[in-house]
Design a protein around this ligand. Sequence first.
Ligand code: HEM
Length: 502
Amino acid sequence: MLLAAIVLVFAAFYYIPWLKKVISDFLYQYPHMQKLPGPKRLPFIGCIADLAGDTTVPIKFWMQEAEKVRAKGEGIFAITVLGRNITFPVNGEMVRPNFPPLQYICESPNEILKGKDYDFLKGWIGDGILTLIGQPWRDRRKSYTPLFHFSMLEGYLDAFNKHARVLCEVLQKEAGTEVDMCERVKRLALDAITDAAMDINFDTQRDPSHPYLHAVHDFTHMQQRYINEPQMWVKWIWATLYHRRYKYSLDILNDFSDKIMNDRLKRVQCGEIDLNAKKRPLIDHFFGLNQRGEWTLDDVHFELNGVIFGGHDTTSATLTWIFWALGTQPHFQQQCFEEINDIFGDTDRDCTHEDMKAMEFTERFVKETMRIFPPIPAVERELQNDFQMGDYLLPKGSEVFMAPHVIHRNPEIYPDPWKFDPDRWLPENVAKRNPYDFIPFSAGNRNCLGQKFAMHEIKTVLAWTLRKFIFSTNKKLLDQGFAIEVICKPTLPVDLLITPRN
Ligand code: HEM
């Protein structure tokens, strides 16, 4: 009895300030939200009933609502979910108006606060580039930019070639059978990013029992539950169900980074490693920034984790969709193969920077895959002030989700939007579009720093695998649905028959 009373008093103290904020946000935002187009929203609980169901529901719902408001000539729709008010622009021009001086949501220094879903990541990625705001973010971005310059990208190609070769070796053993490509590329992407970032070979492609791989999977699974299930936003429910498991995975992830950093730092200190070598992993660039006094060792630790978080699941989901698009469209697979064959002939050589430029059709194919199957469900921002978006006034404290699935299906920009057409990426067609009409990597001054890195990795994997195998399935391109698992993943297994080329 006494214990129950203590718990109640404690809970009241803990939750009263939170409750006060929820109520005052609601009273301020509700009248504004009522004026915005979108589905029927009950006060506070909003459209929770429309979103009930499995992880495929949200994207379907967003796409349907976008179609409805477009038909009425509106540029946004707004939804409410348990007190979270979220606005979705439905075209690129709404995100970045063609005619200034209207503010751009993605580029405004005031509105840059990332959405609530990033809170979960803090234990892994700390306050790094992904979540920093204002001047600290500008400084961090400035230190990062040279690391993804094309001259640096050449250094990372070695890691991509090495792990793409291993992928081919693994697939060769399974030739003649149907293989779950999602699993294979997940491990490849983790090996490639940890190698390029930390010069370490976890080799999870050959050893899928590696604890780092399991910790990453477990962490992202918990993050998925946190994002998708609103009851998890209540701290005690979350803590009761997951706190121990969360801490366990986090300890593994952080301990690995610490150990790798400490070992390498010792080698730097004994002069074994040259921090100015032409080809060097990201960790050496980061140590260089530390030596120049720009970053602390904590910054190095969290940025390494941030790059691994930001770079592995996104790239592996993109590759999964690409293999799906190849397997279901043999004529496009053949076109990619012919281009690669023209460049490499029947050699077994590594990919170079020049090859990346020459893979022009393959790049268009990749971009069209990323348009139809974008890996990130939404780029999220939380408004620090009332924000005028076109004709709509969005209230302070509400959120804006720039959802590629919504924006990439705007028929005014992409006629027949479900048709797979790599020609949409011919330069003359790209020139007509607003940069925010294509946002798998976001756009503007806070776009993805690793997009060229990711493109190089993807092209290297394609150059290797298409030289050696044909991927096939009797399923159709659009048989797939979209499941939000932090990243947007296919609902059907991507099981493809692997046939070696002669
Ligand atoms: C296909 C793969 C990838 C996709 C689809 C992707 C997508 C994105 C998106 C949408 C953002 C903006 C997030 C936001 O503003 O909330 C972002 C930011 C970022 N990405 Fe990527 N990313 C990919 C690969 C990578 C890789 C491989 C790296 C590093 C090697 C990387 C590093 C970053 C960083 C550092 C940022 C933060 C930029 C900033 O806030 O200034 N990404 N990415």
